[in-house]
Design a protein around this ligand. Structure first.
Ligand code: 0O2
Length: 227
């Protein structure tokens, strides 16, 4: 296993070196165009964050509790953008980023209960300026490793001085328990190129089951408490 990990590390380092040079060349040629696109994605993130904050405010008035425990947003880093375009053998252009990548703008909404995940996603998708591009329900159908979340790719308009642009945003909705598992699993394994033994994978899956059980029990308690 050590040798395999070592080889992966060497490949990763070579890949990063290659990407860095490409990055320098590319940002020198396309700097302004790229920065403009990234600022549009930043505006789209703000629009969607505000929509969730408004929903949270409204539900907290109705039910005397907040369905959202936290919102985290990120713009995909330049090396990740380049790596993804290269991996998919797509053009390394600003147009290609906007056309082909759905997750340059990412928002993660951490909810209290499973029911809140679906309630918030429904309320968002009902809004007439939001267009649903893709929905992946990893809560109803968890990934084989145990990963759970509701993923939405949406388009939201941003209003600029002279035009309206529709920007894609990836939204991940999950409970506190799902987020706890995913955050720790990400630190342990995701994209680090580490090979996990079967026992380690089983242990991770077992933790995912515990987090699923916690969500189910908490949802029963929520119903009993009538909130
Ligand atoms: P990061 O570092 O979080 O941004 P693609 O998005 O095209 O690469 P796919 O399969 O279409 O891949 O997307 P999918 O399944 O909707 O998952 C995309 C994002 O979900 C990932 O983004 C992660 O944030 C999260 N995710 C998916 N699977 C797992 C998992 O097994 N564990 C954890 N912890 N997170 C997961 P990125 O860009 O890959 O990573």
């Amino acid at each position: 296993m050590y040798e395999e990990n070592n080889q992966k590390k060497i490949n990763l380092e070579a890949g990063l070196r290659e990407t860095s040079q490409e990055l320098i060349d590319w940002t020198q040629n396309k700097g302004m165009e790229f920065r403009r696109l990234m600022s549009y994605y930043k505006c789209a993130i703000r629009e969607v964050e505000t929509k969730f904050q408004v929903l949270d405010e409204e539900y907290s008035l109705q039910n005397d509790r907040n369905p959202i425990s936290g919102i985290k947003s990120r713009l995909k880093s330049v090396p990740s953008i380049i790596e993804k375009l290269k991996r998919r053998e797509l053009d390394l252009t600003v147009e290609s980023i906007e056309k082909n990548l759905n997750d340059v703008a990412g928002i993660r909404v951490i909810c209290s209960f499973v029911q809140d995940v679906y309630k918030l996603s429904e309320a968002l998708l009902k809004q007439d300026d939001i267009k649903l591009i893709e929905k992946k329900d990893y809560i109803k159908n968890p990934k084989p490793n145990g990963y759970r979340s509701l993923h939405l790719i949406i388009e939201v308009p941003i209003f600029l001085e002279k035009e309206k642009r529709h920007m894609k945003v990836e939204i991940q909705l999950r409970t506190i328990a799902m987020d706890c598992w995913a955050t720790l699993e990400h630190q342990l394994r995701y994209k680090k190129g580490i090979v996990f033994s079967d026992d380690m994978q089983d242990a991770l899956l077992n933790c995912a089951k515990i987090s699923m059980e916690m969500d189910s029990k908490m949802d029963v308690l929520r119903e009993q408490a009538n909130i």
